[in-house]
Design a protein around this ligand. Sequence first.
Ligand SMILES: *Cc1c(COP(=O)(O)O)cnc(C)c1O
Length: 388
Amino acid sequence: MFTETLLKPTMLKKTRKRPTIASIDLENLAFNYRSVSSFIGDDTDIMAVIKADAYGHGSVECAKRLEAEGVKWFGVALPEEGIELRDAGIGSPILCMGGFWPGQETAIVESGLTSVIFSLEHAKLLDTAASRKRSQINYHVKIDTGMGRLGIRYDQVQEFVVRLKEFSHIKLDGVMTHFAAADDLSENEFTKLQASRFDEVVGVFIGNGYQPSYLDLANSPGAIAHPDCRRNLVRLGGVLYGLGGDVLPHSIQTPQLRPVMSISSRISQLSTVRTGETLGYGRTFTTSKDSVIAMVPIGYADGYPRSLSNSVEVIVNDHLAPVVGRISMDWTIIDVSKVPDVHINDEVVLLGSTSSHAVRAEDLAAISGTIAYEITCGISTRIPRVYS
Ligand SMILES: *Cc1c(COP(=O)(O)O)cnc(C)c1O
């Protein structure tokens, strides 16, 4: 028993691994932070949103680098994501933007997390947990000004504020809301309406004697496309990871951004296939000529979407090569007939760039009918993140 548990990790470490990796360029992450931060100016603080493992980029490594760059706040969705960061030594304020589940309030107090709340029940749970620890804890209140998702409705704030006064162990530190369509300039009127509802709500809090330190509305598109909505804090995810392409309007001036994640693998097998043969599950591809076909060890279990089958290209030796046939759970087939001097073990870039070509997360997203965020979030933990 003892030797077995001792042996396992050692065996894993010694074993040669599959060459499929996600490279995370922390220099580019830092570049994006500095670029966005100078675009936004000194009057507004930045909360780096690193929920969902930093959109698949690895929250601990990203947080460490961003904290070293001077980021003041981190935003996560779940308290457990915040606890992971505390365990890794992140000391900056962390906001749990999705609130917490009953039973998590003690962990929030003990880990020094800040939670949003949007119900009196949650206010009471947090207040009780804080009083048990004989402390006072900050919270941010989340207002629904038109997103139609989480938050206290903007038109029901008055009664909420009055009842909040019952709780003496929690302190209002921020008021926030979230935009529904800040990326779409044709929705500008609605974005403005959300901002004006927010201002009214803030007025109600102030009228009742509250003095929130932070007022925040804007996500990436809000902060870049709507300068008048920045207030003193913006919550940025996508732009930090260089994923501006499909969340920032194209007609406006935007900060320079660089992609942070790239995904590469290597050719495991090469075969020559005659014209008229079919490749892969469902026989969805038939060769129209004699072809050189390469197997790449990545599949939809790794988060390389099956919906890209027969419709995307990868880069081999600085040449584009099409994915042919269905992407399966562990394997992708590519046609390298037009790639000169191709060999087993040659690098295959599925996301990222070489000197002549680039495949962006936005490109993969457009083909599979989603946004770049879903692509990077979906890269599974089976692919190791390698930081540089
Ligand atoms: C995810 C999230 C953000 C970040 O949005 P981006 O478009 O990635 O900048 C901001 N605020 C809230 C409440 C979020 O859930």
